[in-house]
Write a protein that binds this ligand. Structure first.
Ligand code: FAD
Length: 499
């Protein structure tokens, strides 16, 4: 099979590349390991999604100590955005600069916020992001307002916002990719974060990127197609083919241009698994950085208890706080972001704490308001992902900035107490939740210390681009999806203009 461009993966990065390149008329093939996620009653059933883990990939990985775990990985058209919580943040201007943290330096990107700004604006349009600019004190400059009004707080969340304001803080409406336009499909069913959307109201990569790309006759999507290896020419210079396992059969797909968008962990694994005698450390890996600098935000879930109040909010994810993003009067280092989590329901409590009686889980769920505290993880060279013999995967997450994160969690708990929560339960997310995975195929201007150039092109192989969360030189402390899409649109335009 011959194409002009082969895109591996149909998530935020791959989808953005497909849409951006669709109008060129080039013959584009998207190879996606998963299938289309079926629309079925289980989509928003917490028992099916959390207890039975109906949609999770059936994979067992191991951590750096050899302990096995099942990662929160999903393989469907649209990638992880099928399950994401629709928070669509731009990184801050400072996130593109070198910033000192407690455990070291968060490195500068080879591009600045201004380079990405027009593409952030385009990405927000594509995903129908609802938001309200001008309240969040850490917000970067924007060339245009949000096209859609913010998702308004329901009564309880509105009261909490007022109480936070009374403390002198600046809670703001969280930018959200949810289709709440007049006549739009959103039912405010309350199952957004970690669930696929049963009515396609969530702006995910399948709906906002892949399907629009497929309306062009030159774009083809082949599902059930796992790329197992990339193949180079004899000199080892250019990528000439992808070996694919398609529904049990082996295929070879050839093209002059390849875009790898398999997600931060899987893109690194594919490059490492494509090692040859000429490239014993894997493809694109002269720097030795492929599979290194794995980052995943430091995140902790807080359940704020209101024993006398029933939390009947349907769509909770309307509020966020960035007052401490860059630090605080008594903190010299950045702390991060606080945002609402989706509603935690009893089966979700049970899946995390199987010994808890159901009545207790139901009580927690009815009387809690759920928050996510998120802070930056730094790119440590010993934070690695690597393939193991026999098809296994080792994810050795060397966590950083945990002392900062713990202080930030304590500070947030203190705030929540001041606005009326009687008790706050907390649970950090661990290695089995690599939701915000990034950094494993990093971009940079120096080929000795990075894999990709500032256009996400491999320093080693001129016809290979890697466009997904793996290119992040640092993680910032905000949700990554909008940045991945914006980068895809930027790189797509670069390819259109230069090839
Ligand atoms: C529960 C959850 C909630 C989240 N909430 C938010 C949020 O609110 N806001 C936010 O910004 N981010 C959120 N995220 C993170 C966000 O979804 C991801 O950062 C983003 O979707 C990653 O996009 P990607 O293109 O890097 O990779 P992916 O989404 O992982 O896409 C990669 C695609 O490649 C396919 N693939 C993998 N290997 C191969 C192969 N060998 N051959 C062919 N295909 C392959 C995969 O099946 C997948 O479809 C959340 C994630 C999760 C899991």
């Amino acid at each position: 099979m011959d194409y002009d461009i082969v895109i591996i993966g149909s998530g935020a990065g791959g989808g953005a590349m497909a849409l951006s390149l669709a109008g060129t008329g080039a013959r584009i093939l998207i190879l996606e390991r998963g299938e289309r996620l079926p629309r079925e009653p289980q989509n928003n059933d917490p028992e099916a999604v959390f207890v039975e883990r109906r949609y999770r990939a059936h994979e067992r990985w191991q951590d750096g100590e050899g302990r096995a775990f099942t990662p929160g990985q999903y393989h469907f058209v649209g990638g992880h955005t099928k399950f994401y919580g629709t928070a669509m943040f731009r990184l801050r201007e400072q996130d593109f600069e070198a910033v000192e943290h407690e455990d070291g330096l968060s490195p500068a990107w080879p591009i600045r916020y201004a380079d990405l700004e027009p593409f952030y604006a385009e990405a927000e349009q594509l995903f129908h992001v609802h938001g309200h600019a001008g309240v969040d004190p850490s917000e970067p400059p924007r060339s245009s307002a949000y096209a859609f009004p913010p998702v308004l707080h329901e009564p309880l969340i509105g009261e909490l916002a007022l109480k936070l304001q009374a403390l002198g803080l600046n809670p703001f409406h969280m930018p959200s990719a949810i289709d709440l336009r007049e006549g739009g499909p959103c039912l405010r069913c309350g199952t957004c974060d970690a669930f696929p959307c049963a009515v396609q109201a969530k702006g995910d990569a399948e709906k906002c990127l892949v399907d629009p790309a497929l309306r062009h006759p030159n774009v083809t999507l082949q599902t059930g197609s796992e790329v197992t290896r990339l193949v180079t020419d004899e000199r080892g210079h250019r990528i000439v083919a992808a070996e694919v396992l398609h529904k049990g059969e082996r295929q070879t797909v050839r093209a002059p241009l390849f875009v790898l968008s398999a997600g931060a962990i899987n893109s690194a694994l594919l490059l490492l698994r494509s090692a040859t005698p000429r490239h014993p450390n894997g493809l694109a890996n002269t720097s030795g950085c492929v599979g290194r600098h794995f980052m995943n935000h430091n995140t902790t879930c807080l359940m704020g208890m209101l024993p006398l109040t029933v939390n009947d909010t349907r769509f909770t994810k309307t509020l966020a706080l960035n007052d401490f993003y860059l630090g605080a009067a008594d903190e010299r280092v950045p702390l991060g972001n606080v945002q609402m989590l989706g509603n935690i329901q009893e089966p979700m409590v049970r899946s995390a704490m199987p010994r808890m009686p159901r009545w207790a889980g139901r009580m927690l769920s009815r009387h809690s308001v759920d928050w996510l505290v998120m802070s930056e993880d730094l790119p440590h060279p010993q934070s690695t992902v690597r393939p193991l013999a026999g098809g296994g995967v080792e994810l050795n997450w060397h966590r950083t900035n945990m002392a900062t994160h713990h202080r930030f969690v304590s500070r947030t708990k203190g705030l929540l107490k001041r606005i009326g929560f009687s008790a706050i339960l907390s649970r950090p997310f661990g290695i089995d939740t690599p939701s915000h995975q990034c950094g494993t195929v990093r971009m940079g201007d120096d080929p000795a210390h990075s894999v990709l150039d500032r256009w996400c092109r491999s320093h080693d192989h001129p016809n290979l681009f890697v466009v997904d969360a793996s290119h992040f030189p640092s993680s910032g402390a905000l949700n990554p999806a909008l940045t991945i899409v914006a980068q895809g649109l930027r790189v797509g335009r670069h390819i259109r203009e230069t090839t």
